[in-house]
Write a protein that binds this ligand. Structure first.
Ligand code: GLA
Length: 385
C-alpha cells in the first residue's frame, strides 16, 4: 500500500512516528475554464492520492523526500528560493504563503508519494499544495479554516510556481466528499454537494499520454482573452464584473466589436456556465443521459471555440460518439493533453477500453492508459498506517 511505503520511508529517514495525511486528485464533470471567470464548476475528489508522512521539528530546517522521484530537498523556513528541480516549488510555495499570512512556522520532516499520474490533468500539483497546507495546519496547530487553506494553496501555485490557475483544484481537494460531486460558485466561493452514486455507471478516464508544452502559456493567454472581452462589454454595462454576468444575447451585440477570437472565447465561457446549470438540473432529476449530452457539447466548445483541445483528445472523444452505453465524454482540465472523462455503463467498460486502446495505438502509436475512478473524500488525516 502506498501509505505504508511512505510511512516506512519516513521511519527509515527520520526514525520517528509521523502524522499521515491523504490528499486526493480530482476529476471535473463539467464547468471547464469557468473558475477564473467567476462561474461554476462540478468537480469530485477521487481515489488516487498523494500521502504525506510529516512531523514537526524544533529548528528551521525543512527536510523533504519525494518517494516517486527518489529525491530529497532541504530548505529553511525563512529562506525560500525557486529551484529548477521544480517539484520542491509546490511545497516551498505553501511555506511562503504561511509566512506571508503571518504564521510563525518551525521546520518539518516530510516524505510524500502517491499514485496521481503527473501531467494527466488530475491535479497532482493541487494535491501537493493543499495536502501540505492541511498537514502543516495540523502539526503546528495553526487553526486555519478550510477555505483559507484553499486560497493559500492556490496562491502558492499562482505566486511561487507561477501558474495563474483558478481555485477549482485546491477547493475540491480540501472540500471533496465521498460519493458526491461539488458545485462550486467560484464568485461567492459557496458550494453544494450533489450525490453522484449511479451504480450502473463508471467514471472512466482515458489518458492521451501527451502533455503539450503549450499548456501553461495558452492557459494564461485564455485568461487574458476573457478579461479583454469583459473590459469591452463593461464600457457599456458597468455592472459586468466577469463573464459570469454576461448573457449570450448581450454577447451577441458585441460580435462585430470584439476581435473574433475573443468573441469565441467569451461565447464558450458563457455557454459553459449555462450548460453547467442545466447539468445540475439533470442530476437533480437523475437524468444522466442529458447530463452526458452536455459533456459532449462542452467538448465541442473547448475544441472549436476555446481551442484548448488537441488531436489526441479529440480522437478519444470521437471514438465514444454514438455508443448508447457511453453517456458523455470530453477533455478534462486545462487541455492540450491529459485525459478525457467518460461516463460509461459498467457492462461495456472492458470492451470499450479494449476497442479504444487498440484504435488509439493504431493512430498515435501510444499505449492508452485508462483509470476507472471512484469519488472519495477530500484531504484528511489518514488513520490506517
Ligand atoms: C486547470 C486549473 C483550474 C481550471 C482548469 C480548467 O486545472 O488549475 O483552475 O481553470 O484548468 O477548468
Amino acid at each position: 500500500m502506498l501509505s505504508k511505503l511512505v510511512t516506512q520511508k519516513f521511519q527509515e529517514l527520520f526514525n520517528e512516528k509521523p502524522l499521515l495525511v491523504r490528499s486526493p486528485g480530482r476529476v471535473n464533470l463539467i464547468g471547464e475554464h469557468t473558475d477564473y471567470n467567476e462561474g461554476f464548476v462540478l468537480p469530485a475528489a477521487i481515489d488516487k492520492a498523494i500521502y504525506f508522512a510529516i512531523s514537526p521539528r524544533d529548528d528551521e530546517k525543512c527536510s523533504l523526500f519525494a518517494l516517486d522521484m527518489n529525491e530529497s530537498f532541504e530548505f529553511a523556513v525563512c529562506s525560500l528560493l525557486f529551484t529548477e528541480k521544480h517539484w520542491p516549488n509546490y511545497l516551498m510555495g505553501v511555506v511562503d504563503q504561511l509566512n506571508k499570512f503571518g504564521h510563525k512556522l518551525k521546520g518539518f520532516n516530510c516524505v510524500f508519494g502517491g499514485d496521481i499520474p503527473i501531467g494527466a490533468g488530475m491535479s497532482s500539483s493541487a494535491a501537493i499544495e493543499a495536502g501540505l497546507a492541511f498537514a502543516l495546519n495540523h502539526i503546528f496547530n495553526l487553526g486555519i479554516d478550510k477555505l483559507t487553506l484553499v486560497k493559500l494553496a492556490q496562491k502558492a501555485e499562482n505566486e511561487f510556481v507561477g501558474v495563474k490557475c483558478g481555485i477549482m483544484d485546491q477547493y475540491i481537494n480540501i472540500f471533496g466528499k465521498y460519493g458526491n460531486v461539488l458545485r462550486i460558485d467560484c464568485r461567492s466561493l459557496e458550494y453544494d454537494y450533489f450525490p453522484f452514486e449511479y451504480k450502473e455507471i463508471s467514471i472512466v478516464l482515458f489518458d492521451t499520454g501527451v502533455s503539450h508544452s503549450l499548456a501553461s502559456s495558452e492557459y494564461n493567454q485564455r485568461r487574458k482573452e476573457c478579461t479583454l472581452g469583459v473590459e469591452l462589454i463593461k464600457k457599456d454595462h458597468s455592472h459586468i464584473k466577469s463573464l459570469r454576468d454576461v448573457t449570450l444575447a448581450m454577447l451577441n451585440d458585441y460580435k462585430n466589436k470584439l476581435d473574433s477570437k475573443i468573441f469565441q472565447r467569451c461565447k464558450y465561457v458563457v455557454e459553459e456556465n449555462d450548460r453547467m446549470m442545466k447539468a445540475c438540473e439533470s442530476l437533480n432529476q437523475n437524468d444522466l443521459k442529458s447530463f452526458g449530452e452536455l459533456m459532449f457539447k462542452t467538448h465541442e466548445g473547448l475544441r472549436d471555440d476555446y481551442e484548448v483541445s488537441c488531436k489526441e483528445l479529440d480522437y478519444l472523444v470521437e471514438l465514444t460518439i454514438e455508443n448508447p452505453g457511453i453517456y458523455g465524454s470530453r477533455m478534462m482540465g486545462g487541455g492540450f493533453g491529459g485525459c478525457t472523462i467518460n461516463l460509461i455503463e459498467n457492462n461495456i467498460v472492458e470492451e470499450t477500453k479494449e476497442i479504444i486502446s487498440k484504435k488509439y495505438k493504431q493512430k498515435f502509436n501510444i499505449n492508452l492508459k485508462t483509470y476507472i475512478t471512484s469519488i472519495s473524500n477530500g484531504t484528511s488525516v489518514f488513520e490506517r498506517q
